[in-house]
Design a protein around this ligand. Structure first.
Ligand SMILES: CC(C)(COP(=O)(O)OP(=O)(O)OC[C@H]1O[C@@H](n2cnc3c(N)ncnc32)[C@H](O)[C@@H]1OP(=O)(O)O)[C@@H](O)C(=O)NCCC(=O)NCCS
Length: 192
């Protein structure tokens, strides 16, 4: 479990299925344009995700966290509600040999724009460069997703290039931009 000033990030449990599904459905309009898994999402998808996430943790492949607001009033996130899934953030190994990881995230629509993603991602970057011992962490962002680019910029990621037609959302191929952060850059406050 990871903590930030306003949030708790913890691994998924089987009883999270309903709250994950509720959050995805409430955020569909913002998720579907960018994330292929969001289309057709149902309770079964959420249950499968939790099973796969638990297996990935056990095998040390990937670390998925549900973002929760457990305590704290007057912090801009409304009343604390541990039963509410605020969004998801994950970090996984791209290469164990080269110590490269990738981060992915989403935040429920009714709480977007309040700094949740940036706060959660900063903690996950600490986890990646610290506990996981990564040398380099990347984020891939579909071209046009300004909110996500803004998160990467605020964290200090550097734009490194564009991968052509790397992800298919619905019937549309989207380009992905790649953003990178090196461990020493993170320790020194971002690449500047
Ligand atoms: C991208 C996402 C995770 C951001 O979460 P969040 O908690 O709202 O992020 P933050 O509040 O930390 O920061 C968002 C920033 O983007 C900005 N932003 C939001 N929408 C924007 C838009 N359409 N154009 C430009 N900037 C935008 C916000 O103003 C904020 O920047 P600021 O602090 O300089 O004002 C969330 O919007 C989301 O889940 N989107 C759908 C799924 C997705 O795209 N996931 C990422 C895939 S790579």
């Amino acid at each position: 479990m990871l903590e930030t000033p306003r949030l708790v990030l913890r691994p998924y449990r089987r009883r999270d299925v309903v709250s994950i599904h509720d959050a995805v459905v409430a955020s569909w309009a913002d998720l579907v344009p960018w994330l292929p898994w969001a289309t057709g999402y149902n309770r079964g998808s959420a249950a499968q995700f939790v099973r796969e996430s638990q297996a990935a943790w056990q095998e040390g492949r990937a670390y998925d966290f549900t973002i929760r607001h457990l305590t704290g009033y007057g912090d801009g996130l409304g009343p604390p509600d541990p039963g509410r899934h605020l969004g998801g953030i994950s970090i996984w190994y791209v290469s164990r040999v080269n110590l490269v990881g990738e981060v992915g995230y989403w935040v429920r629509s009714d709480l977007a724009g309040r700094g949740i993603c940036t706060e959660a991602a900063a903690r996950v970057l600490d986890y990646g460069f610290g506990e996981l011992g990564l040398h380099r962490i990347v984020v891939r962002i579909a071209v046009g997703n300004r909110a996500s680019e803004r998160v990467a910029e605020k964290l200090g990621f550097r734009y490194e290039g564009t991968l052509r037609q790397e992800v298919k959302v619905g019937s549309t191929w989207l380009d992905h931009t790649v953003w990178g952060m090196l461990e020493d850059e993170w320790r020194n406050g971002g690449p500047g």
